[in-house]
Design a protein around this ligand. Structure first.
Ligand SMILES: [Zn+2]
Length: 201
């Protein structure tokens, strides 16, 4: 038997490697010993023994670690990092090292968020062009998840109007809202919020 938490750390070249046992090894009856070998940045490869976990020993574990892993160069020009070859001939990182891959994911996300902001501005510009001058962002706290609704108007939005929306939607909280003025450029400027109003129904 081998302990579920068994680990081994060693150095290959200038990379530190850690091998640990994957949960599937003992979670499923009769599953083979499966390990993950990982380097510092999170790049990894999985290897499997050819016998069931329950009959494996530390020697079987060590045998899986014995063959050196292969470090592939990152495809990003100028990047000196490597990633551990998956030994199955594929990579889910498009040939990038972990840090380049993460950086690109973050960049994509930032771009999406910026795009969302632009969309919102464009909507506000269109609303302004149609004569709308104020928007109320009203948070509804009813059963289920909280959500917000936006109400556009060409004149100042009254508290009564906002309260009507809140009550129609059965919000338990009646003061979580903000009124903004709209501009031609699509910018919102704070006018007032419900903070100083009575909060409960
Ligand atoms: Zn890289």
């Amino acid at each position: 038997m081998i302990d579920k938490g068994h680990k081994k750390t060693w150095k290959q070249g200038k990379e530190m490697l850690v091998a640990s046992i994957d949960g599937c090894s003992w979670m499923y009856d009769g599953h083979v010993l499966q390990i993950t070998i990982q380097k510092n940045d999170g790049s990894w490869v999985q290897r499997k023994a050819d016998k069931a976990f329950r009959v494996c020993t530390v020697r079987d574990f060590d045998r899986l670690c014995k063959r050196p892993v292969k470090f592939n160069p990152c495809v990003r020009p100028g990047c000196k990092h490597t990633w551990i070859d998956k030994e199955g001939g594929y990579t889910n990182r498009e040939g990038m090292c972990e840090s380049c891959f993460t950086a690109r994911m973050r960049a994509n996300l930032d771009q999406e968020l910026a795009q969302e902001q632009d969309d919102k501005k464009a909507r506000d510009r269109r609303a302004y062009a149609k004569g709308m001058r104020f928007v109320a962002v009203i948070w509804i706290h009813a059963s289920g998840d909280d959500y917000s609704v936006e109400m556009l108007q060409n004149v100042m939005i009254s508290n009564d109007h906002i309260l009507r929306v809140l009550r129609n939607r059965r919000s338990r909280v009646l003061n979580d809202w903000t009124v903004y003025s709209l501009s031609k450029e699509g910018n919102r400027r704070f006018v007032r919020d419900g903070r100083n109003m009575k909060g409960d129904k």
